[in-house]
Design a protein around this ligand. Structure first.
Ligand code: ATR
Length: 279
């Protein structure tokens, strides 16, 4: 996806993936800085750890408390800082890191585009209170969701997140546990890692809440074959979307931050879909 976007923009960059142990994250970022990388994307389990490792945090990373996009910025003779991907020439005297979060906006963009789901005033059941669940919950709350039920295997994490939402967004009713079965929901959103493996069970306990009571179901997991949750949702005639749209839009935004140019979303979407089909 990124290499397709980079190619369309005519940039001589390459996007490559490295597996890095969390203990080595600091050293990996320093290595990339020394090698004058343009930027980085970070995924599980680095997004929270990276917050304390950045020289600067963009408002997005501060708001959502997680970093998924790093920009290396250079300072030249004029003293002005500029992303290395937009460097105009001349010697670079110093390089610093700036952390962004492009996940949160990607969630709501995908909900709107793929499910026609407007968070404001909606009733949502969110499964998962880990890193991804936390960002989703806070973003939905910031968008003015009406009632948000939080379900997590470790209930204390859901309770802590509900507290955080009540404190920051007093108009949002944040509840812990499943809604009663007669509630109609606008959305069930899976932000747990259940579904990543092909034989994972659904993260929704169907004995606690019937999926047919939800208009739409969004699963952050993206795989060529549907997850157990999305299969059940489709059988119940819910609108469904997987995490492909979220993956696309966080990447589009990251490329725009690195390059300072409008990213070619259609070419990136086509490359992403091709890759997922062949995975
Ligand atoms: P991410 O950044 O992808 O959210 P994470 O912070 O490790 O990763 O969170 C993983 C989420 O999936 C958590 O909500 C986790 O529940 P716990 O908080 O109880 O760990 C959930 N999860 C992982 N494996 C699970 C399983 N087998 N059953 C139910 N929930 C699971």
């Amino acid at each position: 996806m990124q290499n397709a976007g980079i190619g369309e923009l005519g940039l001589d960059w390459r996007y490559v993936a490295f597996e890095t142990h969390p203990d080595d994250l600091k050293a990996a970022i320093e290595g990339a800085r020394a090698m004058r990388y343009i930027g980085l994307n970070l995924t599980v389990p680095h997004k929270l750890l990276a917050v304390d490792l950045m020289d600067e945090l963009d408002e997005s990373a501060r708001t959502w408390g997680a970093v998924n996009t790093v920009v290396f910025e250079g300072r030249g003779a004029s003293g002005e800082w500029r992303p290395l991907g937009q460097w105009a020439g001349g010697p670079i005297e110093e390089v610093r890191t700036r952390g962004y979060n492009t996940d949160a906006d990607a969630i709501t963009r995908s909900l709107r585009e793929d499910l026609d789901c407007e968070p404001k005033g909606s009733q949502v059941l969110l499964l998962g209170a880990g890193g991804a669940g936390r960002v989703a919950a806070l973003k939905l709350a910031a968008e003015g969701v009406d009632r948000l039920w939080l379900v997590n295997r470790t209930e204390s994490k859901a309770a802590q997140l509900a507290e955080e939402i009540r404190a920051a967004h007093p108009t949002v009713e944040a509840l812990v546990g499943y809604p009663s079965t007669d509630n109609k929901l606008d959305l069930i959103l899976n932000a747990t890692s259940l579904g990543l493996k092909p034989d994972d069970p659904s993260p929704l306990d169907a004995s606690r809440f019937p999926i047919c009571q939800a208009r739409a179901v969004f699963d952050m997991v993206y795989r060529p074959d549907r997850t157990a949750l999305l299969q059940a949702a489709q059988s119940a005639d819910c609108r469904i979307a997987d995490g492909t749209g979220m993956l696309l839009w966080q990447g589009v935004k990251a490329l725009e931050i690195w390059s300072g140019k409008r990213a070619p979303a259609d070419a990136m979407r086509a490359a992403l879909q091709r890759h997922l089909r062949n995975a």
